[in-house]
Design a binder for this molecule. Structure first.
Ligand SMILES: [Zn+2]
Length: 166
């Protein structure tokens, strides 16, 4: 690769911001750069903090793929209602359900009233017994908006640009 600052042929160049422009430099010229920049697959130049955030999101997404999960699952807000409705659909009273999943009736009463948050294990048992879903996938996208970014480029802007391309 060729350093865009001194023209030297080097095995590896680094993309840095030089006075607001993204330039590939050799290690020697790197010191002239104001801050390192990162180029995305789309060819957009990002400031390090923005790139870092996108990168960590990308990593999280990959980790999920490994585990075959499309997102983090979280207990739904209306779980008491879902449990009650699911139980009634199966024509069970609270005691029947308690027996079915090997819990005390008081546990069912508390969970259905929202007084008690079911443990993961209990959630699984209830989902299976009632054939319902008590968790929903929480997407981590769209919430990041970086302000006060030194270069004026925010992640929000980046996302907007990406969306326009679609
Ligand atoms: Zn150079």
């Amino acid at each position: 690769m060729i350093c865009e600052m001194c023209g030297a042929e080097v095995p590896r160049t680094k993309l840095v911001m030089v006075e607001g422009a993204a330039v590939h430099t050799c290690p020697k010229c790197e010191k002239f750069a104001s801050s390192p920049a990162v180029k995305t697959k789309d060819g957009a130049v990002l400031l390090p903090d923005v790139a870092e955030r996108l990168d960590s999101r990308e990593k999280r997404r990959k980790e999920r793929d490994i585990y075959g999960d499309s997102g983090e699952k979280e207990l739904v807000i209306d779980y008491p209602e879902r449990i009650r409705t699911g139980r009634q659909r199966k024509a069970m009273n609270q005691e029947d359900l308690a027996k079915l999943i090997n819990e005390k009736k008081s546990v069912i009463v508390k969970v259905e009233s929202g007084e008690m948050t079911p443990t993961d294990q209990l959630v699984l048992k209830l989902e299976k017994a009632l054939n319902i879903s008590l968790r929903e996938i929480i997407e981590d996208g769209a919430e990041v908006k970086i302000s006060n970014s030194p270069g004026g480029l925010t992640l929000g802007d980046f996302i907007k640009v990406k969306e326009k391309k679609k």
